[in-house]
Write a protein that binds this ligand. Sequence first.
Ligand code: ZN
Length: 424
Amino acid sequence: MIFYFLLLLGIIYNLCYNRKTTKKGEIMTSLERFIRYVKIDTQASDKTGTTPSTEKQKNLGALLVKELLELGLEDAHMDEFGIVYGHLPGKGTRIGLNAHMDTALEVTDENVKPHLIKEYKGGTIKLANGLEMSPKQFPVLRKHVGHDLVVTDGNTLLGADDKAGIAIIMSALQYFKDNPKVAHNTICVAFTVDEEIGEGPKHFNYKEFNAKYAYTIDGSDIDVVEAENFNAYAASVDIIGVSIHPGEAKGKLINALLLAKELIASLPEKETPFDSEGKQGYWHINEIVGDSEHATMHFILRDFDDDGIQNRIETVKKAVKALQDKYPTAKIEVNFKEQYRNMKKYVAKKPIALKRVRSVMRKNGIEPISGAIRGGTDGATFSRNGLITPNLGTGSYNHHGRYEFLDLYEFNKMISVVIGLMKK
Ligand SMILES: [Zn+2]
């Protein structure tokens, strides 16, 4: 009898665990919150040149404003660029939380159909459309055995990058609404647009956000604190050749496409993304557009080290100059554009943000490790502009593709970490 009573208690507890009753009596778990967000299509675009790059990002923004207002962030609003801001006044430091609303360009996020796998047993996961995820192909899966996972149906990405980050922040705010007696710092919230095209901070209003320091919740592993990332440049090379009828071209025709090929061949062969990992940088040819008369090449250059990125720029400059010297009748120009900088040295100047998160993680039973992002983050530009913003994990993996998944245990653990960061 007692056994059945305990069993019943257990079932009731399980049903209630992590459930929050909103004002209207509506029940929303952190998972339901996450699913609600991923069902809104917010894919960014690098073709429009507007901010936000896609108007649909504002659909999620509008929902988040409404929810923030319900959670007691009375000044919550979305600005003309689609960025959402809100503050929950408290005592003590003004600490910021940030996540991005847009999703990656590689795979659509239209009609996302998340599937829940209860207590992943290990082995191959069959996605609804016939695709498979095996631990052999994705060794990261082995770490998640026994946990509940959310996967896609194989037709879209999941959008946990970065709607898991948004759901973590919103669930933490829900906690403070449900527990009004728990003292907290002033919580500054911002949800950005267009992070995936590197434009999250482009119109960011630091005054409006008004945080002393902040955290982006936009990573994967929950024990990793990222305060280091690539220095990043884009390089575009414009080649104007000499066009002439191929039949009478001997010694005269300079084919822009062949010059492009020659330029690529002159760059360090073993320094492409294919050959690099860890702290190694690279050059990468993204795109070549054009014809035999006029071609434009788009490169990206990445390096953790300040001198390293400078060397990569010089290497491209030298290669272009050598090509120009060899073909004086062609016209070859190169332009560099800085995309973001490594945040390491800025974060080191104000270690409080790192210290605080490491101590909160330990209190939550997580031993923090330092990670370096082989890419960028909104926090890199924020930190450079004086708002120190390390990046934290969300418990989601395999971003930017159909194999993206969320580990619910880790996701909920991060909600506790974020609550701890905000508590007095
Ligand atoms: Zn992201």
